[in-house]
Structures are given as C-alpha cells and as structure tokens.
Design a protein around this ligand. Structure first.
Ligand code: S3P
Length: 438
C-alpha cells in the first residue's frame, strides 16, 4: 500500500486522534490479570493493541467490545490458561516485551512469535534480566524471536539498573515483579515513559517511586491480587505529533488537537519544538492519572537546535517527525545519544536518512544521531518516492513532510500505519491534506 500526497496549504480544524498505544497495551495486561471485569474506553483499535487482545484471549480471557468500550473479564494473576500454540505479537515490540514478564511467571510453556520486523529486534535486553529473576527463556542465537518460555517454580526479585533507556524493559521487569518473591528494584538513569508505574497505581498496586543521586528508583513487592478498574484512555501524543508537525510546516495553518495525553515523560517533542520557536499552546490541561490537554498549533518559523540524552528518551517515537521539522528549520540541528533509534520497527536513523536524501536534504549521519542542515522557512523538499520500509512512523512522518514538497510525493510500504493509527488518512483529509491510498 502506498500514499500519494500533494503540497499543502492552509490546514484548519479541530481533531482527535486514536487512543494511546502504550496505555492501551498496559490496560489490557492489567485488566486481564485482575480479579473481575474492567471496562476500557478510548482503546486504540490498531493492529498492535489488537494483537495484545488476541494473545490474552488465547490464554482464556474473555474480552468483548460493547459500543466502543472493551470489557475485559480478568482471570486473576494465576488464572491464565495454556494457549496451546504460539502467541503471535505481530509488529508490536511493546506487547511482546511486556507480556514476556507475565509469561515468565506462568505454570505453562509459551512460544512468542512476530512478523519479520519484530523477529529482527533485540530481545536479550529482556531475556537476560528475566534470567536473573530465575526465568527459563531461550531465543535464537542472535537473541531474537521466537522466544520460548518454560515454567519455573518461582521468580526471585532483583535489583536492576537499566543498561538502555527502555520503558519496555522496565515494564517487562515490573510485570515479572508482580510475581517475584521480595522487592523488585529498578534503577533508571535516564527517565523513560512512566505509563506502567501510573497504571499500576490506578489498579491499586503499591509501587514506590523515588529519586536517588539523579536516578529514578522504582520498588515493587509481589502482589496477591489486582482489583479490576475502569480506564479511560486519552489520545496518543505520538499520533498527535504528525498533526503538530503538519500545522507547523504548512503555510497558513491552525489546528486544535483535542484530549491528547501530555504525560511529562512523553512530550520531549513539544519542548524541542518550542525551543525551535514553534507556536504551540496547551489549553484545558487536566491532571488526571494520565494528564491531558488540547494542543493548539499554528504555522511557525523554526530554528535549528541541539538535543541529546534526556530529551531524546522523551521523544524517541517522535524522532522521524522531528527530523522533518529540523529539515525545514533555519540552520543546523544536531541529534545525539539516539542509538536506540536503530532498534525500532526499522533502523530509524538509516531509513529516515534515506528519506531525507530523497527529499534533497543535506545531513551527516552518525552512529548515534544525525546532523541536519535545515532548508529554512521558504525551502521545500524535492517531489520524491520514499520507502518507509514498513515502518508506520516513517510512513506518516514522510507523508506529512510531503506537504512541503514541490510536487506529488509517493510513500511506499504504508500498510503498518494500521498498527498505531488506523484512521490516519481520514484525519489527514479532515484537516485539508490532499492524500490518497493506492
Ligand atoms: C514503548 C516504549 C518505547 C517506544 C515504544 C512504546 C512502551 O520503546 O519506542 O513505541 O509502550 O513502553 P523502548 O522502551 O524500547 O524505548
């Protein structure tokens, strides 16, 4: 599937985007492990989160959809049943890594598989620490899927300092920690998204979060039972980021994005853009278990900046969109400490650099980042053919970038946009973007 996009002008409108992907996965996991029924509204019905639902349905959890609300009939921490067959996580790194923490503690064996992209992503980052907890896991020699998990008598708690800034690794260990004798302690030197910590609190699971010597320390005790809880999920900031970008780079534009998650560990993109001079206002801020706001964005002249470590971790999924913003800014933008981008649905440093090259942008690619020479406020991209390599975020970032190209741009391999933003094309059309699926 490819998208064809025309140069844009005057984007206008008030829009919502689908539910947050990270929060949707976590809601299904915890609701499935709770004792009783939880109702989840605003759930992201994209392929990644639907894969999580199917995995738990295969393990005997009834999950039904009633008028847009998902009702999960939780089976309790020890109530999952043997899926008798492989569990398929499709394209979803979050799902496979978080579920591994749960599966390591079950009394049945499991085999975890995924699509070709997921099957090439690193899994030793979870199998190693799970092994320290006493879990019995094996993967391929390269440390990739399929993962096989065999039952063990019990898991023991560990103290673990995350070697890479990864919320998926942290969350995998927190899910395993629910079942582990003693107190699981996780140290994070670079803070990553904290949806698991917040969702544990929401489900009444005691979790202690503190700061020590500049690092974050999370402590969790084994739990006996989880209370069912209703969850209302806000719009996904990562999906919103494409429309923030669209409004900023397209002349004469003004967009209002309603009810978007603005968890402080997720909005590095917003801070980076404001540093670059972006005109972005937050309105109607609500401080609930996951803070939300309406985001008003107007066309802006951007200036290049330098970003590294902490900001990178808080905008890791927005980097493809950020590279487009940087390419249209005045001056040079430097991104450092971003090697994690090479372990995503594609090698996002490599694949985005190919996209920028096709757009006619000058840059220097480094092992852990990129230096981009912006084209400036009057600059435009060459009309191009971009290969997204099946990476949803590259497909969407390049499509939005095409709003500033000289003619029609084609973006190839866009089928995986369905993993995170199934109605992307409809929302594009709603704000006046001329885009077609072919
Ligand atoms: C996610 C964590 C991030 C992010 C992914 C979602 C999560 O991955 O890229 O899209 O929901 O925990 P890492 O933890 O590997 O950085």
């Amino acid at each position: 599937m490819q998208f064809k996009i025309q140069k844009g002008n005057g984007l206008k409108g008030e829009i919502t985007v689908p539910g947050d992907k990270s929060i949707s996965h976590r809601a299904i996991l915890l609701a499935s492990l709770a004792d009783g029924n939880s109702e989840i509204s605003g759930f992201l019905e994209g392929e990644d989160c639907l894969a999580t639902i199917e995995v738990f349905q295969k393990m005997g959890v009834n999950i039904s959809r009633r008028e847009g609300v998902f009702v999960v009939e939780g089976k309790g921490l020890k109530g999952l049943k043997d899926p008798s067959g492989p569990l398929n996580f499709g394209n979803s790194g979050t799902s496979v890594r978080l579920c591994s923490g749960v599966l390591a503690a079950q009394e049945f064996s499991s085999t975890l598989i995924g699509d070709s992209s997921l099957s090439s992503r690193p899994m030793t980052r979870i199998t190693e620490p799970l092994g320290l907890m006493g879990a019995n896991t094996s993967s391929t020699e390269e440390g990739t899927l399929p993962i096989r998990i065999e039952p063990v008598d019990s898991l023991k708690s560990i103290k673990y300092s995350l070697p890479v800034p990864s919320a998926q690794v942290k969350s995998c260990l927190l899910f395993a920690g629910l079942y582990s004798q003693g107190i699981t302690e996780i140290e994070e030197k670079i803070a990553t998204r904290d949806h698991t910590e917040r969702m544990f609190e929401q489900f009444g699971i005691p979790i202690d979060v503190s700061q020590s010597k500049g690092a974050k320390l999370i402590k969790l005790n084994k739990v006996e039972a989880i209370n069912p809880t209703d969850i209302d999920i806000c719009g996904d900031f990562s999906s919103a980021s494409f429309f923030i970008l669209a409004a900023l780079i397209t002349p004469n534009s003004k967009l209002l994005l309603k009810n978007i998650g603005v968890n402080p560990t997720r909005i590095g993109f917003l801070h980076a853009l404001r540093h670059m001079g972006a005109n972005i206002e937050l309105q109607n801020e609500i401080d609930s278990f996951e803070p939300t706001a309406d985001i008003l964005v107007r066309t802006s002249n951007l200036k290049g900046i330098t970003i590294n470590t902490n900001l990178v971790a808080n905008m890791i999924d927005e980097m493809p969109a950020f590279f487009i913003a940087a390419s249209l800014a005045e001056g040079t933008t430097k991104v450092k400490d971003a090697k994690e981008l090479r372990t995503k649905e594609s090698d996002r440093l490599q694949v985005m650099s190919e996209a920028l090259d096709s757009f006619g942008v000058k840059f220097r690619l480094e092992d852990d980042g990129i230096i981009i020479n912006g084209l400036g406020k009057t600059g435009s991209f060459k009309a191009a053919e971009i290969n997204s390599h099946g990476d949803h975020r590259i497909a969407m970032a390049s499509s939005i970038g095409s709003l500033r190209s000289e003619g029609e741009t084609s973006v190839l391999d866009c089928f995986n946009v369905n993993t995170s933003f199934p109605n992307f094309i409809d929302v594009c059309k709603e704000v006046g973007i001329n885009i077609e699926k072919v």
